[in-house]
Design a binder for this molecule. Structure first.
Ligand code: GLY
Length: 373
């Protein structure tokens, strides 16, 4: 028996699904995968990097389960979340005569998951969908919850659909080949779950996060399954982000504002942007008198010891300007009635949506944080 294998249910009535995480999750999922492949084949979208490292493994495990794997391989990188790539992928799926009743698998990181999920949402008005995330960030965040999207020149993830997978398989074996920088970036999303709603988990991370990042199997499985459970609960309560789910964007509005200047590729990884963005959110909440300084100090210390950017001036990929950040914040999907909506903390583990009435004072604050004020 595999004591480290975890199953978390995302409760969405008839669209509920399990997330299997930990070591051995892939082989333990094959019975479920088989039920989602009624014609005995699994069309699997992956990228060149993941294909080189892991496609043989996935093909072998599928073959043992009597499933024929049909890979569709796309180039790596955020630039693939485009209309052109989506059109080509939909064309490939139609050429394979994909049926609504069969599942398409996304095998890779967040880019492959978002692109494949969106194609699955729209081809023949929707097919089945399986997420097999291979990065820490995708395992704890983007593979769970059904957000799928491509990017537009105006911003990230602006065209997409909510399309829940039928199954998520987060096997930590795939993380063994992940570069340390990518592991740390994924860890930022784990810290986010703790910072936004679970102070006890934050305390646990302070003691155990380093071991998880260093690859301790038990600790890594624990942080991943805790993060997945945190997200699954929020998604079950607010699938379409009409309320609580917005809190999952802690650090993201400021983070996207940095990413849009850095170019959404390797100069600044998404998780690094989220780490710096969380620090800005805490710093701003302290500045507004909403959050104790000590909580910000604890967050900053943990980001720093985890090798993540722990303040705006440490974020790689700059230089950044406050005016460009404000421009990006003005285009944020969360804004309502022309007002910026920022996820801010009242303390570690307690967050809320703050409606920003004074954009000029936010810009002045960002200028100070950037060392330009
Ligand atoms: N990544 C944030 C969400 O899924 O809502």
């Amino acid at each position: 028996m595999n004591l480290n294998l975890r199953t978390t249910q995302v409760d969405l009535a008839e669209r509920s699904y399990p997330v299997l995480s930990g070591p051995g999750a892939l082989s333990a999922s094959m019975d479920r995968v088989a039920t989602l492949c009624p014609n005995g084949r699994l069309i699997c979208v992956t990228d060149e990097t993941v294909a080189t490292l892991h496609l043989e493994t996935l093909t072998g495990v599928c073959e043992e389960a009597g499933i024929h794997l049909h890979p569709l391989i796309v180039p790596p990188g955020e630039s693939q979340k485009s209309f052109a790539r989506l059109e080509a992928l939909c064309g490939d799926l139609l050429a394979l005569e994909v049926e609504r009743g069969e599942a398409i698998a996304a095998f890779g990181g967040g880019v492959v998951g978002d692109l494949t999920g969106f194609a699955s949402a729209i081809v023949k008005r929707g097919t089945g969908f399986i997420q097999i995330p291979t990065t820490l960030l995708a395992q704890v965040d983007s593979s769970v919850g059904g957000k799928t999207a491509i990017n537009m020149p105006a911003g990230k993830n602006l065209i997409g659909a909510f399309h829940q997978p039928a199954l998520v398989i987060a096997d930590i074996a795939f993380l063994q080949t992940l570069p340390a920088r990518q592991m740390r970036a994924g860890y930022a999303e784990i810290v986010k779950y703790a910072a936004l709603g679970d102070a006890t988990f934050f305390n646990w991370l302070e003691s155990n996060g380093a071991a998880a990042l260093a690859g301790d199997e038990g600790k890594l499985t624990e942080v991943i399954s805790q993060a997945i459970a945190g997200k699954a609960g929020i998604v079950a309560r607010d699938e379409r982000e009409s309320g609580e789910r917005a809190l999952l964007n802690l650090g993201h509005s400021f983070g996207h504002a940095l990413e849009s200047q850095a170019g959404f590729e390797d100069a600044l990884l998404h998780g690094e942007a989220v780490a710096a963005g969380m620090d800005i959110a805490f710093a701003y909440a302290v500045h507004l008198g909403l959050c104790p300084q000590e909580d910000h100090a604890l967050l900053r210390r943990h980001l720093r010891v985890s090798g993540l950017p722990s303040c705006l001036s440490e974020a790689p990929g700059g230089p950044y300007t406050a005016s460009a950040m404000i421009h990006s914040l003005n285009n944020d999907k969360k804004n309502r009635n022309g007002n910026l909506r920022l996820v801010l903390p009242r303390g570690l583990g307690t967050t809320f949506v703050y409606v920003e009435a004074d954009v000029q004072s936010l810009e002045n604050f960002l200028n100070v944080q950037l060392g330009a004020g």
